[in-house]
Design a binder for this molecule. Structure first.
Ligand code: NAP
Length: 281
């Protein structure tokens, strides 16, 4: 079984991006800039944002984190986003999710200029992805896609099963694999016979949020299995895939942690650089 090393893949990608930033700096005399807005003091969000900032600095991006307390009003955040939309030094804007209840997530996403939407969640970018046009692709599916391609460069005709249909993960992942000419099935909480669906899959991407949901006897021999899940347990963080069981059957599998997570952050940096490059055209 191939253990898909997301840490190594992310480190290689960051190295490439670092080189690209050096080249962009010499060509344009400026570097791409990423601004992250963090609202509230939820520990996981704070850790994610710290990691994003550290990685952005590492590859030479200009990075900034704007922090607001939980009690901040929606208008102030929307005004800040509009200000950043008009700031030429900012190539990418990310508002860390989840948001406090009194702030409308959809309004926030739609206020970000689509050309700076490094999370790829603006309806314009969702439409671009499903139409096969250029635009930002959500970081986690993009990371999963790059990992899958490392294992199998030719995905034509493969059967791919997404477990989960969120905008952030399952739906975007399905579009990327459809573009590779896979036959894609998107499953969700109302799907009947999930095991039967999975048993037909050459590629499975699990993004559910239920610990070790996917079992060894759900997997076709030689399938590639990507585990997006992050579930806190007494044993630490585990994925949506039962690693011990599935690793005995699959051709390749991502570990949790050390699989998709590091690639998500590296792809955020990639998206920021892509936004910068498009803004220079
Ligand atoms: P989400 O928005 O809660 O979506 C979960 C999806 O799973 C929904 O579509 C839901 O179906 C489906 N689902 C729930 N129970 C199911 C079941 N028994 N069988 C099949 N499908 C089921 O979650 P998300 O934001 O996509 O995140 C999913 C997981 O990935 C979470 O653990 C999250 O922490 C993790 N994550 C990891 C990264 C990373 O970088 N590694 C990034 C983002 C998220 P319905 O639509 O019918 O409700």
């Amino acid at each position: 079984m191939i253990l898909i090393d997301g840490k190594k893949a992310a480190s290689e990608l960051r190295e490439k991006l670092k080189q690209e930033v050096v080249e962009l700096k010499s060509k344009y005399n400026k570097v791409p800039g990423l601004t992250v807005i963090l609202i509230g003091d939820m520990t996981p969000s704070q850790i994610y944002v710290r990691n994003k900032e550290k990685s952005a600095n590492e590859v030479g991006l200009k990075s900034e984190v704007i922090k607001y307390p939980d009690s901040i009003d929606e208008k102030t955040v929307l005004n800040k986003i509009s200000e950043l939309n008009n700031d030429e030094t900012v190539s990418g804007i990310l508002v860390q999710l989840p948001l406090p209840k009194h702030i409308d997530k959809q309004k926030i996403i739609e206020t970000i200029d689509p050309s700076k939407d490094v999370d790829g969640l603006h309806p314009m970018n969702v439409g671009n992805l499903s139409s096969g046009y250029q635009g930002s692709i959500p970081c986690t599916p993009l990371g999963c896609y790059l990992l899958i391609k490392k294992i199998e460069s030719n995905l034509v005709g493969k059967k791919a099963v997404m477990i989960g249909r969120s905008n952030l993960n399952g739906k975007a992942m399905a579009q990327l694999l459809l573009q590779e000419d896979c036959t894609v099935t998107i499953t969700h909480s109302k799907t009947k016979n999930l095991r039967e669906e999975c048993l037909q899959a050459d590629v499975i991407v699990a993004a559910v949020g239920i610990k070790e949901l996917v079992k060894g006897d759900w997997i076709k021999k030689d399938a590639i299995v990507i585990d997006v899940g992050i579930n806190k347990t007494d044993k630490g963080i585990v994925g949506d895939v039962d690693f011990d069981e599935v690793s005995k059957v699959a051709r390749a599998l991502t570990p949790v942690p050390g699989g998709v997570g590091p690639m998500t952050i590296a792809c955020l940096l990639k998206n920021t650089i892509e936004c910068f490059k498009r803004s220079q055209l």
